[in-house]
Design a protein around this ligand. Structure first.
Ligand code: RB5
Length: 154
């Protein structure tokens, strides 16, 4: 386990991803970039899978995903066991994604906000504390649901 953050985007999130890498690196955070690396059109599920599978395997604790809206890439990431990917779009959702949901991936829109705003939101998610308590009971329920779904109970 490491404090490293893994990050990936599709073409719609590339500019924001570059800004996030610069901002996190400047803050002393180790960042591993899983692509995409140029503006060619790519499919966001492929990049969601790179980050989400690293978390599902327990190799890293935290990831960041960026597509045009953050929506598609979060939907794909949430297919992986143990992943809690949250789309955040303002200061409040950034704060709640950690305090209440303990999101281990946040998803941002490269076409819905300026890169500077994305950097501010990541800083909030990164530094706010998870509250635990009653919220942990709910996360435990989500984990149980995941197991039941895998076992074919639904
Ligand atoms: C790609 O054009 C776009 O659909 C994608 O970046 C994302 O917004 C999907 O949710």
């Amino acid at each position: 386990m490491t404090d490293k953050i893994v990050i990936a985007s599709d073409h719609g999130g590339l500019t924001t991803k570059s800004a996030l890498i610069a901002s996190l690196t400047a803050a002393g955070i180790e960042v591993e970039d899983f692509g995409t690396s140029n503006g060619d059109s790519v499919d966001y599920p492929d990049f969601a899978a790179l980050v989400a599978s690293a978390i599902a395997r327990g190799e890293v604790d935290r990831g960041i995903l960026v597509c045009g809206t953050g929506i598609g890439i979060a939907i794909a990431a949430n297919k992986f066991p143990g992943v809690r990917a949250a789309v955040i779009h303002d200061e409040f959702t950034a704060q709640m994604s950690k305090q209440h949901n303990n999101a281990n991936i946040i998803a941002l829109g490269g076409r819905t906000m300026e890169p500077e705003q994305a950097c501010r939101l990541v800083e909030i998610w990164r530094t706010v504390e998870y509250e635990g308590g009653r919220h942990q009971l709910r996360l435990d329920k989500i984990a149980r649901l995941e197991k039941e779904i895998q076992a074919g109970r639904f």
